[in-house]
Design a protein around this ligand. Structure first.
Ligand SMILES: [Zn+2]
Length: 162
């Protein structure tokens, strides 16, 4: 009997395209959706800094941004008045709020990365405090949806309380 021509192969169910990347000694599986999400997280980190700068100016604080010569490169600092302010992204610096998710893929990589971030934050805060700086931290979620007056109030309290 003549063999029937094989049916055309059915396409396997389409899965998200996986790529592999090596970062910081880990082999990562990367799919497009995750990459897009990470890119969004990174971009968003710039806007809170604009809002905080505005609030600081409204309160009459003078500052420099991106202080690479100070431990941890505080987002805002005033050397003469000896304060340093970090605006931390909730995801990267593990605030503990609802934005503090952990990607399901490459979990070990992320957990190691987050642990390093936190340790670095801690070291920077201690080094600055040892130099007589007041160290203030604002979380991204505190800056995002808050009306300007609320952010100013939050900053006023931070400066008064430390
Ligand atoms: Zn948060």
């Amino acid at each position: 009997m003549k063999r029937a021509t094989p049916a055309p192969e059915t396409k396997p169910e389409t899965e998200p395209a996986l790529r592999y990347r090596v970062r910081e000694g880990h082999v990562l599986q990367v799919d497009d959706a995750t990459s897009a999400r990470m890119a969004r997280v990174r971009q968003k980190a710039t806007k809170p800094e604009l809002l905080v700068g505005k609030a600081l100016r409204a309160l009459g604080h003078h500052y420099r941004t991106h202080n690479r010569d100070l431990e941890g490169s505080p987002d805002f600092a005033n050397r003469r008045a000896r304060w340093a302010l970090f605006v931390h992204g909730c995801f990267w610096h593990r605030h503990g709020c609802s934005a503090t998710t952990t990607p399901g893929r490459n979990r070990e990589f992320w957990e190691a990365k987050f642990a390093r971030n936190r340790a670095r934050d801690q070291r920077a805060a201690e080094a600055l405090a040892a130099r007589g700086f007041r160290v203030l931290v604002l979380w991204e979620c505190e800056t995002k949806r808050a009306p300007p007056e609320e952010l100013q109030q939050r900053l006023r309290a931070a400066f008064a309380g430390s």
